[in-house]
Design a protein around this ligand. Sequence first.
Ligand code: ADP
Length: 318
Amino acid sequence: MNLSPSAAPRPVSIAALGECMLELQGQAFGNLRQTFGGDTLNTAVYLARCGGAGLKVHYATALGDDSLSAGLLERWAAEGVQTGLVQRLPGRLPGLYLIELDEGGERRFHYWRGQAAARAYFDTATTALEEQADALDALYLSGISLAILPQAGRERTLALMTRMRAAGKVVAFDNNYRPRLWDSAADARYWYGRAFAASTVALITADDHQALHGLADLDGAVAAAQALPVAEIAIKRGALPTRVGLDHVWQDVPTEPVPRVVDTTAAGDSFGAGYLSQRLGGTAPAAAAAFGNRLAARVIQHPGALIPREAMQDLVGA
Ligand code: ADP
């Protein structure tokens, strides 16, 4: 007999797959501030903040066995992100980028990520993510997650997406597109096409869809995104209303007015987290998009990808 009438339901679980890099920020040969960043990690952290006890968020990536990798793991865990799916690869290191601030405050990005551990996530015969996929409810990844992997890793990722989708799970793909991570736009289009076909939710930044397909204008990109073969689609258009569709029923959801945009880093990542956390909790698409818009509007009023938790406390509760 169950004597505890309020036994908590099993939390919904989601794994985000991708790469988080070390971030240095400052002037060349000046003092550098050290932190970390990456699109899917940003989403994982915001998912953990939004989902509370009802959502278990894992981050799947590879790191080294060095102290910087250990420091990343500690920080992710402190954010409530589960690290059991992380592979530690002896001798490898996390990727690194420098945001160089020039005298006028302009930012230039420099990357050292070619040898990053995350690229080797699937270099072993099996991974914790593939082994534990049956126990997950959802998978989240982006175009950057695919871009950094070698071909075999991309194939393993697509096989996992296909398997989870067939098992009735949520498979969400964010179209974040960084042209220089790909051999060519045609190569990227090939893998994106396969990723969309294996997804149940597409999170689309209209600008990135336009760039990927070389479309002349944003309206054309939005129309093309609406025609993607994915049952559920959320199209992000900066300050313009977010367009969400489930089974071809479309709604435009206004964004929140923002008096002063401070830093748009992680706008799309936080939108995706807000949207997915609500959808996984059973909220309908338009209300989920309204929440995503509220969270993203908050994030862009603060510097950096991860804003202080206190700055969004009113949105997510205790
Ligand atoms: P990305 O960060 O992926 O490039 P967008 O620039 O389209 O994506 O922005 C993502 C989300 O952030 C939007 O859907 C919206 O919710 C919010 N957002 C972005 N810019 C603004 C803005 N100027 N005012 C209000 N909300 C914004």
